[in-house]
Ligand binder design. Structure first.
Ligand SMILES: C[S@@+](CC[C@H](N)C(=O)[O-])C[C@H]1O[C@@H](n2cnc3c(N)ncnc32)[C@H](O)[C@@H]1O
Length: 274
């Protein structure tokens, strides 16, 4: 049963348990062939011929290195610049209100930052909104996957990736870099100075950062978690947010059914009461 297109259900369950234990990720039922396709690359790299051998290898690996690679291949990293644009409009609006109220130091978290489009979009939204105002600004951008974090730190994107950005922002916040015939763009120094990338597992609160945070973007990742993991995560975010700060989740996500003091203020935006 351990061939190229089928997997023993018990073996599949063991992979599911591992993904859930390590990362809170729920692999759906009946997705055996997707898992086979995703782990094939790791099997080849390690010279292993079956999924069973790969699971044995994973469980025996005491360095923790292979689990990182496993999580890299099973996670979905789709993202884009200014994805779900209303969140960035809300961010600009709230930041201007806080600065008007005297804020001089602003702290943000992009909690599943993937290849960097989300935190760089936050950075350029903030820089555009704040202009020359002397504000101490930082965005912590975290992800579980070391592969996407490496790409995010490089901050290099192709023309297509930058399409959602207005031309003026593309010019102001990206520099052209040549790569043979391809035209690539690198996030400018101004953007890079504001964003710090770190690896962090959302399945393992409490998190090492100190609050208070002004806003948290935790978007399109809770859909992979079960209720218990979502509850732990939302509780930790609530504890880190300043009163009047907000959490943005993905449009397909909701806090309904979770215990939280955060209140919906707009679709997929929740604020901590002042
Ligand atoms: C679909 S992307 C979302 C990216 C971005 N937030 C957005 O909305 O465009 C989901 C990201 O969550 C990350 N992820 C999955 N499980 C995670 C966990 N337990 N801890 C931290 N990041 C995780 C994946 O590596 C992936 O980069």
């Amino acid at each position: 049963m351990d061939g190229a297109s089928a997997m023993d259900p018990r073996l599949y369950r063991q992979f599911c348990e591992l993904a859930h234990r390590q990362a809170g990720i729920v692999l759906k039922e009946g997705k055996e062939s997707l898992l086979i396709a995703r782990i094939a690359r790791r099997q080849r790299a390690l010279g292993l011929t079956s999924a069973r051998e790969y699971l044995d290898y994973l469980e025996a690996d005491r360095t923790g290195g292979e689990i990182v690679s496993f999580l890299d291949v099973i996670t979905t990293n789709f993202t884009s610049f200014l994805r779900e644009p209303e969140h960035f409009e809300h961010l600009a609006q709230e930041v201007l209100r806080w600065v008007k109220g005297g804020a001089k130091r602003l702290r943000f978290w992009s909690a599943a930052s993937s290849t960097g489009e989300e935190p760089y979009s936050m950075a350029l939204t903030l820089l555009e909104a704040l202009g020359d105002a002397p504000i101490d600004l930082r965005i912590l951008a975290t992800d579980l996957s070391t592969a996407v974090l490496a790409k995010a730190r490089d901050g290099i994107y192709d023309e297509e990736a930058l399409e959602p950005l207005p031309a003026s922002q593309k010019l102001r916040y990206f520099e052209r870099v040549a790569d043979g015939d391809r035209q690539l763009y690198r996030a400018s120094e101004a953007l890079r100075q504001v964003v710090v990338f770190k690896r962090l597992n959302l399945r393992q609160p409490p998190f090492p950062m100190r609050g208070p945070l002004d806003a948290v973007f935790c978007r399109n990742v809770m859909i992979y978690f079960d209720k218990e993991v979502r509850q732990g995560l939302v509780g930790a975010i609530e504890g880190l947010l300043k009163p009047d700060g907000f959490l943005a989740v993905g449009h397909a996500e909701t806090l309904t059914g979770l215990q939280t003091r955060l209140r919906a203020v707009k679709p997929s935006v929740y604020a901590r009461p002042p």
